[in-house]
Write a protein that binds this ligand. Structure first.
Ligand code: ADE
Ligand code: ZN
Ligand code: ZN
Length: 347
């Protein structure tokens, strides 16, 4: 009996560890909270009714369901490949293809996941918003989660299973390069947020914060990021190329193929491929450490590369790289949800 109880608690403790297929729980909660803070006033009540149909009019938080898609991965095996987008011929940093002429691995990916859940929820609104339809709640929880995954650079790269098979050092600890981005770098961004941000902001913002240790990071990105440093570019984060410029131009086969892939998932207002492309490019530029390609680090038997350095970890902290990716995820998620849930029936 004791043994069973102990194993049960060990198993549930393991379930709380960040999964290998997502920003950790914190990253997803941060994206969802930033989105919640940018919703149209009428939209959150609708989302809460979808998530808790037995308590219509009740309150809820998007952060609390942001990791549901990871929790059900084992039960819903088919959903695994929906957490990332791997291009067949891509091989950063040497070859940067998103997706290039050979296209994507498999039939589903995170970009298509965002398109499908967006379309599903739009249809649900068009068809009269039936709260007894369980599909809406699942689609919403997947969408909240995938908006986070799409902003994690290694979820856009197939090489070494998105660097899940690459080991490096983070402050002398052996970690997976993928997991370092999912968890350690988010933890670092939270830890290095100055304690000034423990001060509360206005009640309209604080109402959406629930005493989590990442609250200071949220206050910091709202005030210093969105309203100051990134103020001039935030609008461009949610823009999509006009439908006509997404049409194939010229006769370059690679361009043709990428744009055909883009048109699968992108339209003039929700364009996951267009949004994800510069994040994929980051992996080719510097997120995949170039030293890993050369001796002694290119050898499985060789030493592990330390990334908690001024050049790598320090750059990420100084330039708010993780804060910006999480914020872009939140702003884009809010934009998609506002679009779906403020459209008029029949439009
Ligand atoms: N499994 C295979 N490829 C992956 C990726 N890019 N991200 C997460 N898990 C994966
Ligand atoms: Zn995920
Ligand atoms: Zn991951």
């Amino acid at each position: 009996m004791k043994f069973t109880l102990l194993s049960a608690s060990v198993i549930s403790a393991l379930a709380l560890l960040p999964g290998a297929h997502a920003w950790g729980k914190e990253g997803h909660a941060i994206v969802a909270t930033i989105a919640e803070l940018h919703l149209d006033p009428t939209v959150l009540p609708t989302l809460c009714s979808i998530l808790n149909p037995s308590r219509p009019g009740g309150s809820c938080s998007l952060a609390s369901v942001a990791s549901w898609a990871d929790e059900i991965r084992n039960r819903m095996k088919w959903s695994g490949p929906m957490h990332y987008a791997n291009a067949v011929a891509d091989h950063p940093p040497q070859l940067c293809l998103f997706p290039g002429a050979k296209g994507w691995e498999g039939d589903v990916n995170v970009l298509k996941g965002i398109r499908n859940t967006t379309d599903l929820l739009s249809q649900w609104v068009q068809q009269g918003s039936d709260l007894s339809d369980p599909i809406a709640s699942e689609a919403l929880k997947f969408l909240i989660h995938f908006a986070g995954d799409m902003h994690m650079p290694f979820h856009l790269v197939g090489r070494a299973r998105g660097a899940n098979d690459i080991f490096v050092k983070w402050g002398n600890r052996k970690v997976k390069l993928h997991g370092m981005w999912d968890g350690n770098l988010v933890d670092r961004a939270i830890e290095t947020t100055p304690s000034d941000w423990e001060q509360q902001l206005g009640s309209e913002i604080e109402h959406h914060l629930h005493g989590d240790h990442y609250d200071p990071l949220i206050r910091k990105v709202l005030v210093q990021g969105i309203n100051q440093t990134w103020a001039g570019e935030v609008q461009s984060w949610v823009q999509c190329p006009a439908a006509s410029s997404a049409l194939p131009r010229g006769d370059d086969q690679t361009v043709l193929q990428s744009q055909r892939e883009a048109s699968d998932t992108d339209d003039g207002s929700v364009c996951p491929w267009h949004w994800a492309s510069p994040i994929h490019q980051l992996t080719c530029d510097w997120v995949w450490p170039k030293q890993l390609e050369q001796p002694p680090y290119n050898d499985h038997q060789g030493p592990l590369l330390e990334l908690d350095t001024d050049e790598y970890g320090g750059k990420i902290t100084r330039e708010w790289v993780v804060e910006k990716l999480l914020t872009m995820g939140g702003i884009r998620l809010a934009s998609i949800l506002n679009l779906i849930f403020t459209q008029q029936k029949g439009n």
